[in-house]
Design a protein around this ligand. Sequence first.
Ligand code: ATP
Ligand code: MG
Length: 353
Amino acid sequence: MSSIKLNNVSKWFGKNLVIKNVNLEIKDGEFVVLVGPSGCGKSTLLRIISGLEDLDEGEILINLENVTSKIPSERELSMVFQSYALYPHMNVSENIGFSLKTSGVDKELLKKKIAEVAKILKLDSLLNRLPKQLSGGQRQRVAIGRAIIRQPKAFLFDEPLSNLDASLRVEMRLEISRLHKQLGITTIYVTHDQVEAMTLADKIVVINQGEIIQEGSPRELFNKPKNLFVAEFIGTPKMNVLNCITKRGFIYLNGKKDIKTNIKKSDDKINKIGFRPNKVIICEKEKGLFTGEIKFIEYLGSEQFIYVDCGIDEKLVVVKTNPDYKISLRKIVGLNILSKDLYFFLKNGEVLI
Ligand SMILES: Nc1ncnc2c1ncn2[C@@H]1O[C@H](COP(=O)(O)OP(=O)(O)OP(=O)(O)O)[C@@H](O)[C@H]1O
Ligand SMILES: [Mg+2]
């Protein structure tokens, strides 16, 4: 079990600075999820921590020991990649036990360890099968088994579930969560999946263009995003963000013609307001903060998304409702948002607190 610390880490690929002065502290036993748009540097950061990639500046500490110049095997971390290449000619048992076997443990201990791991991952009945005789999810579990058999100092997962179908993802997500509770091993996990990030993380780290934009608990990031980027990145459906201006203390939304709202805010650096889809209240058109026409309805069984054209920014406002809420297309409605649920963004992108 281990803490991991990154001090002023930077990395260039040719002329591109892909990791920019990253400082990050991961506590012993913590589950940290890295999120960010494609190409922002998540995998590179993970590879730098594992030692598979060199860094140009900064240092990596594991349990306060500087490991920057150590090769991957000396860092004692286990990495699980998105593509979980198993040894095709070895059965499940041999695949799981391979790294321990090569490290020279005796046969009895090896057998015991494989059995333990197989039990945790519910692979007991599949030990004699070859990878080609397994489903995608089972193969993924073997890849994880390979990683956990050695009790590494930390796990590094790079989108380990992205090849699985939706229901397997849910199953494996729970399994990873259970594994973490059981083993308590420090974990750094990269994902594009909001639900994985929100449900697994003790701490989410939002990265954009090689920089850490904000870190915090899922609740913190969702409720108190620091800026527009985090506000729009965390949460599905996305936060509604509309351009606005302040005139004589009132907020006006930019539309076909300015729509004056009853929101009062005097800071003239405000140029956008935001609100979550689940915080919009549909009401009679006369009573809304603004009005609009229902353009699309997406029924998802356990929830429903309603898209409303309010004539603002040529964007549809998304409203998340109870699935049983009945409403018809083309109806003109009012939309209300409680003032506590509004976010105000300044011209530099920061949230006005
Ligand atoms: N070996 C390499 N040589 C040159 N550029 C690279 C190399 N590997 C990655 N990059 C570049 O570095 C940046 C970060 O890539 P990285 O793979 O870390 O992104 P990512 O956040 O993991 O993206 P994704 O979500 O798509 O997996 C990208 O611009 C990428 O094109
Ligand atoms: Mg990646």
